[in-house]
Design a protein around this ligand. Structure first.
Ligand code: 5AD
Ligand code: SF4
Length: 447
């Protein structure tokens, strides 16, 4: 396939986790810096970047069907879109994509997308290229600076994973754990705040494994980084995700009680309530050690909202073991959680384990688990009714005069009253649903 001119418009379609959203935004900035402009959702773009996710089911098939759809839409419109496949499917199956999908001009892995502009130059000349190298940390230095950002921003501080949970592809697609240097992060955070961010979520596959040296050369962990970033005067809120129970430190727990800007929310995946399953998953914690950790977070910050990830139907999981997961859910009372059916990922140890669980059994377990999690989420939301809370205003709602923002506990709050995007307002909460709260503004806390 041959392109004769540089694309004028682009669209980046990101799937999967927040890390991918961050990467998607960075790719968009790289393309914008090349003078290419974004097209709104639904319109055709000259260049489409499919920023893929490989963590669960059917990711690869989805990529091929997306490519097929783009080619067909292009044919109908009498044009040939330039297609780039990025993200974790690109990393895992780059060569195969190139071989199977001639419409794809570029395949770029999550550690190599800073080289997208050069790949684009080659693509314009009709040369297809694949880049799935994993150079340490190079991409962050090569990224253009961000000019204007939303009130809530992501900042990738750590990437990769050394944990090798037996079901998971991340250690293979994102590579070994690396921490970005302290100075770079402080600088990037300051720039984000200058560009309008009031809340920053620190991202990493194992964000609490972040380690570095502060300005004085002292070894610090994520809590040290949080304490430093909290000093930025115009930054109002800090969050971090996703954490691993084994990398939780005393300092991180203490930070929740001591750093006002650190929001009372913790996403700490557990995956299962059965110690046998946890062992087979290579999780290196037990149900009890996990519950003890949560207790310590609650001691430091009694109102902390807890969140987690669960997998049902891991190979060999029995009914009784699944019941242990339900008991753990009852014991915790999660404010929010994510739950998935086990999906065999090629090349992972669990994929070749015995005792794969039938689809119907998985369906039924997922339904029961989600019913329990939804019940707890609604109860958590209902407990806020009649109280007030601070909300960071993110955008206008769908109804006239309506605003949307997040509570400190990461609940979506719809409200009416005097507000502007980026404000923090005090809202009186009048109603609770399973996924959101509703109320009205009492006062502006800070603009
Ligand atoms: N099957 C199902 N769920 C998975 N996750 C990761 N790998 C798999 C898999 N093979 C889930 C875990 C993890 C979240 C990001 O995705 O719960 O915490
Ligand atoms: Fe995957 Fe486990 Fe690493 Fe999380 S900790 S990214 S589930 S291997």
């Amino acid at each position: 396939m041959k392109y004769t001119s540089k694309p004028r418009t682009y669209r980046v379609k990101s799937f999967g986790c927040q890390m991918n959203v961050y990467d998607g935004e960075r790719m968009a900035e790289l393309l914008a810096a090349q003078g290419i402009t974004p097209v709104p959702e639904g319109e055709d773009a000259d260049l489409v970047v499919l920023n893929t996710c490989h963590i669960r089911e059917k990711a690869t098939e989805k990529v091929y069907s997306d490519i097929g759809r783009l080619v067909k839409a292009g044919e109908e419109a009498g044009r040939k879109p330039m297609i780039a496949v990025a993200g974790c499917v690109a990393q895992a199956e780059g060569e195969e994509i190139m071989a199977r999908a001639p419409a794809v001009g570029m395949v770029v892995g999550p550690q190599a997308y800073h080289r997208l502009p050069e790949m684009l130059d080659r693509a314009v000349k009709g040369q297809r290229s694949t880049d799935t190298d994993m150079p340490e940390d190079a991409k962050f230095a090569a990224l253009p600076k961000r000019r204007k950002v939303a009130p809530t921003a992501f900042l990738t501080v750590q990437e990769g994973c050394d944990k090798f949970c037996t079901y998971c592809v991340v250690p293979y697609t994102r590579g070994a754990e690396i921490s970005r240097p302290f100075n770079d992060l402080v600088e990037e955070a300051a720039k984000l705040v200058e560009a309008g961010a009031r809340e920053i979520t620190l991202l990493g596959q194992n964000v609490n494994a972040w380690s570095g040296e502060d300005a004085k050369g002292r070894a610090i962990g994520l809590d040290g980084l949080i304490r430093e970033l909290a000093k930025l005067p115009d930054l109002a809120r800090l969050r971090y995700t996703t954490s691993h129970p084994n990398d939780v430190t005393d300092g991180l727990i203490a930070a929740h009680g001591e750093v006002d800007k650190l929001m009372p929310y913790l996403h700490l995946p557990v995956q299962s309530g059965s110690d046998r399953v946890l062992k087979a998953m290579n999780r290196s914690h037990t149900a009890e050690s996990y519950l003890k950790l949560l207790e310590r977070f609650r001691e430091a910050r009694p109102d902390i909202a807890l969140s987690g990830d669960f997998i049902v139907g891991f190979p060999g999981e029995t009914d009784a073991e699944f019941e242990e997961t339900l008991s753990l859910v009852d014991a915790v009372g999660y404010a929010q959680a994510f739950s998935f059916k086990y999906s065999a990922r090629p090349g992972t140890p669990a994929a070749s384990m015995d005792g794969h669980v039938a689809k119907e059994v998985m369906d039924e377990r997922l339904q029961r688990l989600q019913a329990a999690l939804n019940r707890d989420q609604l109860a958590f939301n209902q407990a806020s009714v009649g109280k007030t809370c601070e909300v960071l205003v993110e955008r206008k709602g769908k109804l006239a005069g309506q605003w949307l923002g997040k509570s400190p506990w990461l609940q979506s709050v719809f409200f009416e009253g005097d507000a502007a995007i980026g404000d923090i307002v005090r809202v009186e909460l009048a109603e609770a649903g399973p996924n959101s709260l509703a109320g009205r503004v009492l006062e502006r806390v800070s603009a």
